[in-house]
Design a protein around this ligand. Sequence first.
Ligand code: GLA
Length: 834
Amino acid sequence: MRAARSRPLGIVALLSSLLITGVAVPPGPALAAPAPAATAATAPPTLAPTPPMGFNNWNAFGCDVNETLIKETADVIVSAGLADVGYEYVNIDDCWSLRERGPDGRLVPDPVKFPSGISGVADYVHAKGLKLGIYGDAGTATCAGYPGSLGHEEIDAQTWADWGVDYLKYDNCNNQSDGSQADFVRRYTAMRNALDATGRPIVYSICEWGQSQPWTWAADVGDLWRTTGDISDNWASLRSIIAQNAPLAAYAGPGNWNDPDMLEIGNGGMTDTEYRTHLSMWAMMAAPLLIGTDLRTASPETLAILGNRDVIAIDQDRLGVQGAVVSDEAGLMVLDKPLANGDRAIALYNSTDTLATVSVPVRDTGLRRAGAYRLQDVWTGEVSQAKSTISAGVPAHGTVVYRVRPLADPTVVPPAVSVGATVGTLVPGTAGTGTLSTTVTNRGVGALRDLRVTARAPEGWTVTATSSDSRRSLATNASLPTTWTVTVPDGTAAGRYPITVTAGYDWGPRHRAASTTSQLVSVVVTAPGDGRRHLSTIVPVSSSNDEGPVETDQSNGGGSDNDGNLITIGGQVYNRGLGTTAPSEIVYYLGGRCASLVTDVGIDDEATSPVPATFTVYADDTAVASSGPVVSGAAPVTLTADLTGADWLRLVTTGNDPTTNAHTDWAAPTLACGGAGPDDPVLPAERTLFSFESGTEDFTIANPDSGGTMARTTTFHTDGGHGLTVATPVNGNWFGRALAEPLDLTGSTRLRYDVRAEEVGTVGEFAVQVGPDFAWCQGGRWTWTNPNSSRTVTREFSELSCPAGVTLDLTQIRAVWVFLNSGGQIHIDNIRAD
Ligand code: GLA
């Protein structure tokens, strides 16, 4: 075990960084726990000789867990063949118990969600040849507020063992910790000892989000440990977790796995290329493979990704070595994982937003010296040979994984050929002609003959080679570079369009024909439409940012997307803008059509810094407005930039102290284009329903017996000078009112409001009443706001569900309600439709 590090963990920040989806649970009767069953088995040396595989409900269902889901999932794991490829554990996450322990001090399964109890579900799962996992927390309460196990370790471990549980995920919310590593070791070791004392073999999954560097101390405590915060179903999250987990290879081994969190494959927030990267990199990193999607409705593509035996074989290889990072430069990473049969798995991972050629010289890997190597692509199954460099054109966000071994006779295997390409941003019309560059490289033993390169673009585009696109012969490790001009027809919509580049050639003594293809994504941009509009509603051409992605209509927050607060500068709160962390740059295409940008700028109150930051607006390459050095806590500065004639707009922030990560905000930037005047309305048009300027707007409480109070406030407002402070009951209530006349919201697609929680977080939800009978329409996923945080809650009308037979007629809105449930003070403002 390594010496403890002294970095204070900031428990409030740590807890408030969690996003939790809450679901109200009706209090039910306490059930008596079953009598303990005698268990005598002693734990084998390691319960997880290879990374655990299975399912966990959290990513797809949050708190919405129940017996039917778990049983049906177990059924599918068997029937879909996932058990055959190794998926074994069916794990229940948070929210399975009642809110109170039973009279005997034991945890009580919620009898509505689990009528057979956890033991009944365990019996069912065991009968299918699978194993059951449960969730607990090394604190006073779980993340969703159910009883925690701190101080109850022995009785809880025994309860789980008595029920037949085989796997425990042990979380870290509400941990009462002083933040020291010693405290983490103490809390997690207490449960280790309690599990041992039961005598039942239970895999122990430590879930403290990497806070106390568990890889340095948990080898003798748990079988696996989370290394990062929670994953979410988007590319920014996946990329950030890979970057954090990949360098920890040295700490992994049989029974000691780094856990970069559960799989999001199939949940819809990423492309299949990204989901293949997800499984590829988890396999290369010898990570646990816990499916996190609804298997009962999973598509064939999802099942094919999850069920890829060649990828799983890399993850489950009995040598149990996490792939080492061979190189990691400019977003391109190479991993090298030794396998038990002497092969090595080599991953070429492209985290950038464009096609890239990723390469590694064989001598930089653990492969032994040979004249040639056999590469088997684990996703396509294709086999090729390489002489001394392993290389491929890898699509944006993609990963190529080869199983590699020395090859005695390369003449019978086609050569590995990489096709790379780059293309600049394209503007429709001949004035916007762009350049495409392609490079074909022969990595195989033996020359390619009659090489021809072709580039195929969408219908109506022209792609013309301006340098040689063919070669009689291309020797080993030689390249053919070609440049092309690309013209996009006038009227083409802005967006991303594929360009396919194919190299066709003959190889080997028998001149066999073969080809290699790469797909490139080109970006077509068009100038903004006429009028004044919020810049945050315009998609930039590109953006770079020091910490995670640039955020729209919120501050930068942290490394994931959508993790900021409402932009707040010197106490002033904005619900529009761009959240960045310096150094940052955001680029827009204007096409010479825009006159001005007006924006407030400043350092967000959420992350103060001793170092000033500077905000500069560039029209093409000319700085047209600059804030000069701006310090934390200062009032917002207003910049007005003249953009007349400029093709490109660039917003740049510089100056930052890396230890504090100042969050540089562009607050409410508005762009005027096509002759728009300063008094034109800012688009997209919003309709304010309640802004609390004159009072509480006659708001009422839907269920007066459940409690709650309201008062107008100046503490929080995102327009005007006032908002509404609501004291909410713990179980929540609806705040809003019936309208004197039916409201016509035709043309709007959604409802929004701004919210700030004080010391207790809250869920947020909308309901409307509609039609002559005031039918109640509500729904969609609840939006959680952390303690001491703010956000805009958005609900599409299409997400609301109405009673049977009622359609949501937007011309007949009779009442609008918002739901809040903190048990504390919540501020809201600016309930609006757009
Ligand atoms: C934490 C964990 C998640 C999940 C939730 C449940 O956030 O990291 O994986 O278990 O708690 O509330």
